[in-house]
Design a protein around this ligand. Structure first.
Ligand SMILES: [Zn+2]
Length: 437
């Protein structure tokens, strides 16, 4: 049995933020009634199903802890046989967070993922370089690209079968046109490409764009990745529990898909929730069958703004800092990863700095960057000055030989997965009998 659903809106079909809110209000009772069919919400809400905006505001947040405690099917709102996929994401606690989708949910998921300023078409060769195991990200990119008629290259990024040297070979030999990965990946590919004798901005002429997500990304790092590969970097934001939540308009701003979900911002210190501002993102997806969520606190640090954009999508913009926005005290300053990242990637391209790490202590900051010998003193001096100007901190900046933070063996090795085996010859190593490795 498949429910017929109303056509979903697309950007451009509402004239302003008021019409957008009206569209959300019209959809809210449908999703609230759907949620009330799940055991978790049935127990929590009773008869108080929040069919209006005001009632929704009076409904408690759904936390990651709620999701974990309801493992595996406490949020299930349809008969089990209607499920198409089951996913998990594991937080730092290691307790799984389950999520599941019907085929109709998948239509919504792929529509949202496809909303990019660089479109996916039949001529594209699309390298999916995010996890396939349990998480949604790899499957989401794959399903969307297949629907668009593209050729999918299922690369994964947590598989022994796909070392960086193999990624570079595929990017180069297949003429990959689009890729989907964490933003750190194209930097690693660039280093691996150079080890393989290729120039990233020159020797991959088929490449059209790099789609990235899953990791906070500053404007400076994004610009650097685009410079290195000489293609646009297109960002997207989402989670395994929700799918895509935001994407870039033609003017390169990240907009929340507020026609597909109601977004709020939660301040964990005061407990207040407001439609915009800084805090943690709270989401109520408006098209969801298998697992409706009411006010799900995704716990990413964001800044949401309702502002005009030349795209005229009339969708709020979002800046995502995630945990990278968490500060560490050094002296009287507070150092954030995103703040430091801006400075590191603000160094000139010619210094070839791509990899860095830092340790913040109350009495000092140590920053290590990989940089070739010929640029070491200039790069370290400029970064030290930028940190002093930006944070008022005299940091210890250390230039490392390239290959120190990201060993070249990792970038050049060609291991492959070996199938299980039981019988060995007289001199053969049988330590890994039966095991994949
Ligand atoms: Zn825009």
């Amino acid at each position: 049995m498949t429910m017929t659903r109303p056509a979903r809106p697309e950007p451009g079909q509402w004239r302003d933020f008021r019409e957008l809110a009206a569209l959300q209000d019209a959809r809210l009772p449908v999703i609230a009634d759907a949620a009330a069919r799940a055991p978790f919400y049935r127990a929590r809400l009773g008869d108080a199903v929040p069919r209006t905006r005001q009632a929704l505001r009076d409904t408690g947040l759904t936390t990651k802890r709620d999701l974990r405690e309801a493992y595996p099917f406490g949020f299930l709102a349809v008969p089990r046989e209607r499920l198409a996929t089951y996913h998990e994401s594991s937080g730092t606690t290691g307790v799984p967070t389950a999520s599941y989708y019907t085929e109709d949910d998948w239509a919504d998921l792929t529509h949202r993922y496809a909303r990019k300023r660089v479109g996916i078409g039949a001529a594209d060769v699309f390298l999916v370089r995010t996890p396939y195991a349990l998480m949604i990200t790899g499957h989401l990119a794959q399903a969307t690209a297949r629907r668009a008629g593209a050729t999918v290259v299922p690369g994964d990024n947590r598989s022994l079968a796909m070392p960086y040297a193999r990624v570079v070979r595929l990017l180069h030999d297949l003429g990959v046109t689009l890729s989907w990965s964490l933003p750190t990946e194209p930097l690693l590919w660039a280093a691996a490409a150079r080890w393989a004798g290729h120039q990233p901005g020159r020797d991959f002429p088929a490449l059209r764009a790099l789609f990235v997500g899953g990791e906070p990304l500053t404007a400076a790092r994004r610009a650097r990745i685009a410079e290195i590969w000489a293609v646009p970097v297109v960002e997207e934001y989402g989670s395994t529990e929700t799918g895509s939540l935001a994407g870039e308009c033609p003017y390169e701003r990240l907009h929340l898909w507020a026609d597909r979900a109601i977004f709020e911002v939660h301040d964990p210190r005061t407990g207040t929730v407001s439609p915009e501002g800084r805090g943690q993102l709270v989401v109520t997806p408006l098209y969801r069958e298998a697992m409706p969520l009411l006010r799900y606190d995704i716990e990413d640090d964001v800044e949401v703004r309702y502002e005009d954009c030349p795209c005229e999508w009339h969708l709020p913009t979002v800046r995502v800092s995630g945990r990278a926005g968490v500060g560490y005290p050094v002296g009287r300053a507070t150092i954030t990863q995103s703040g430091l990242e801006e400075l590191v990637f603000g160094l000139p391209l010619r210094y070839e700095v791509m990899f860095w790490r830092a340790r913040a202590r109350p009495d000092g900051l140590r920053v290590e960057v990989e940089v070739p010998d010929r640029h070491r003193s200039a790069a370290c001096g400029e970064l030290r000055a930028a940190i002093r100007a930006g944070f008022g901190v005299d940091a210890e900046v250390v230039g490392l030989v390239p290959g120190t933070l990201v060993p070249y063996q990792v970038l050049t090795a060609q291991p492959d997965v070996v199938k299980p085996r039981s019988l060995f010859g007289p001199e053969e190593n049988w330590d890994n009998a039966l095991l994949y490795h």
